[in-house]
Design a protein around this ligand. Structure first.
Ligand SMILES: NC(=O)c1ccc[n+]([C@@H]2O[C@H](COP(=O)([O-])OP(=O)(O)OC[C@H]3O[C@@H](n4cnc5c(N)ncnc54)[C@H](O)[C@@H]3O)[C@@H](O)[C@H]2O)c1
Length: 334
């Protein structure tokens, strides 16, 4: 009979690994290696189907390397999966089925069907499945989150120069999904989306490289999001209005402010109070990985669950469907 590890039996001195050590995965590896040096976990190694990549990252972090993730299944109790999105589900399911805890990069998977397989595998074995929606750990967002009341209108821009990576997915699944996750989190996970309008175009790749979406929620909140990976500069700005406040959040510069009427102001123009929030400048990825490890060690629900990842993916797929409708109207097939 196949052995399924009991995930809770080995939550102390976790043995960890990173699968996929490309542009983001190498930073997962660096963080695990640093945390391991503090003695609470063990960092077994890295895996990459590009063995040279794996060897180079292993050398830097003083760990073993593997070219096939299957070799790691019986050697570890928790992994980060930082491979291209199309590979998330098969790799994650194999580890989860064996009771290995998984932190999977965003988007959780390519499809809702794949996501449901991952959720089922985690539920069956009892292993933790967390999704890497990194912006939730940005220090500016961490400082802002307790001050969010009832956001009503968002204006969001996320623009990057062409990346030459993550081209297996479009700009919606690649980067807009960060903002789709954030708005749903800030408006409230239970608040339903009532309408999606969207437009998007492939410009340099054969997938959508620039997109704009307007998302409406049942409580009246509206979000206007622009995402582009063919910009000339890097922009990561969110502005939103909530009852009694105007919020600016810049993920790139880790800046957040809340503008409101000063208490006891007589004339509004004389009584504006701009509160620039103090941040605790930790590396967001470090905070994300520590949150993953802590929820395993303390046997708690992860801060970003697979259902959160599923909700963000569902919204992103809804935006893509609207983009397709729009494209079909502009370029009707004969
Ligand atoms: N949270 C964030 O802010 C953020 C940022 C960038 C990327 N990501 C996500 O991280 C993932 C990886 O993105 P990236 O930019 O690092 O991509 P990348 O192409 O730079 O790296 C992926 C690595 O995975 C390796 N790989 C591919 N298939 C594999 C397999 N079957 N087994 C082992 N290794 C395999 C590749 O050789 C490559 O080194 C994607 O899901 C992406 O969406 C998230």
């Amino acid at each position: 009979m196949e052995s399924i590890q009991n995930p809770k039996s080995k939550n102390q001195n976790l043995k960890t690994a990173v699968i996929g050590v490309g542009s983001l995965g190498q930073h997962h590896a660096r963080n695990y290696a640093e945390i391991a040096r503090q003695g609470e976990i063990e960092f077994v190694g890295v895996c990459d189907s590009n063995a040279e990549n794996a060897r180079a990252v292993a050398e830097k972090n003083n760990c073993d390397y593997f070219a096939d993730w299957r070799e790691l299944i019986d050697k570890v109790s928790a992994v980060s999966i930082v491979t291209p999105t199309e590979t998330h589900a098969p790799i994650a399911c194999a580890f989860l089925e064996k009771g290995v805890h998984v932190l999977v990069e965003k988007p959780i998977a390519r499809t809702l069907e794949e996501t449901d397989l991952m959720i089922k595998a985690a539920e069956k074995s009892g292993a933790t499945l967390m999704v890497g929606h990194l912006e939730r750990f940005n220090p500016a967002m961490v400082a802002l989150r307790p001050l969010v009341t009832k956001p009503l209108y968002f204006e969001i821009h996320r623009v990057s120069p062409f990346p030459n990576r993550s081209l297996d997915v479009d700009v919606v699944l690649d980067v807009m999904i960060h903002d789709l996750d954030a708005i749903q989190w800030l408006v409230g996970e239970a608040v339903k989306v009532t309408a999606i309008h969207a437009v998007g175009i492939p410009v340099i790749s054969d997938k959508v490289d620039a997109a704009n979406a307007r998302i409406e929620f049942e409580n009246g909140a509206v979000a206007n999001i622009t995402a582009s990976r063919i910009g000339t500069e890097k922009v990561r700005k969110t502005r939103f209005y909530q009852t009694n406040g105007y919020v600016v959040l810049d993920y790139a510069t880790k800046f957040a402010s809340v503008t409101s009427l000063a208490p006891n102001a007589i004339h509004p123009l004389l009584g504006i109070n701009i509160n620039r929030l103090e941040i605790n400048d930790v590396e967001p990825l470090r905070a994300e990985i520590e949150a993953f490890l802590n929820c395993i060690i303390q046997d708690k629900t992860p801060p970003i669950t697979a259902r959160d990842g599923r909700r963000a993916l569902d919204l992103a797929l809804g935006v893509l469907a609207k983009i397709e409708d729009h494209a079909a109207r502009i370029f009707p097939k004969n």
